[in-house]
Design a protein around this ligand. Structure first.
Ligand code: S3P
Length: 170
């Protein structure tokens, strides 16, 4: 276990919950680097997330995601936006716990998440309404393991980032 709590904030939550936008805002306010795990993966592979899923499949994406996570947690301090599925893979959960830091779940209703994701075509796991809802329910139990839960319902990234800052975690 690390001797001190690393200055790392991981944002977890479903697709469309605001991890990337809130993360960038929060990092700016803290003066910390912001790392978007999906962007890191895309840069490393030279492919979009959609193309990785289409060309190599989800199991390969999860391997690459795990490798990218292993690298990014070495940066400190940092705000890290995980992908919607990162925190629900047990080895990733264990890695985050072992590394330490704070996990914040950006919670939002399924209705608003659907509205936010509709029309955006770069999410391979947003196929249809039924599978979106099913995945949402499957994942809630994992997101609930986060240290903090913050609602992003009807709120802009600045408001959410301010609420996270008020937690005074460090
Ligand atoms: C995924 C969510 C995406 C991306 C990939 C898989 C998921 O990230 O990592 O498409 O499993 O829910 P966002 O949550 O940033 O959309």
């Amino acid at each position: 276990m690390p001797q001190h709590r690393p200055r790392l904030i991981y944002l977890v939550g479903f697709m469309g919950s605001g991890k990337s936008t809130v993360g960038a805002t929060l990092a700016r306010a803290l003066g910390w680097p912001f790392i978007d795990l999906d962007t890191t993966i895309e840069a490393g592979q030279g492919l979009t997330i959609r193309d990785i899923f289409e060309q190599a499949g989800e199991p390969f994406f999860r391997e690459v995601e795990r490798a990218a996570l292993t690298e990014v947690v070495k940066t400190e301090p940092a705000v890290i936006a995980l992908g919607g599925g990162t925190f629900v893979q047990e080895p990733n959960l264990e890695l985050v716990r072992a590394r330490g830091g704070i996990t914040v779940w950006l919670d939002c209703s399924i209705e608003e998440l659907r509205r936010r994701c509709e029309g955006i075509t770069n999410r391979p796991l947003f196929r249809d309404a039924a599978s979106f809802v099913q995945l949402f329910h499957q994942r809630q139990a994992y997101y609930e393991l986060a240290d903090y839960r913050i609602s992003t319902e009807g709120r802009n990234p600045e408001e959410v980032a301010e609420e996270i800052l008020r937690l005074q975690m460090f």
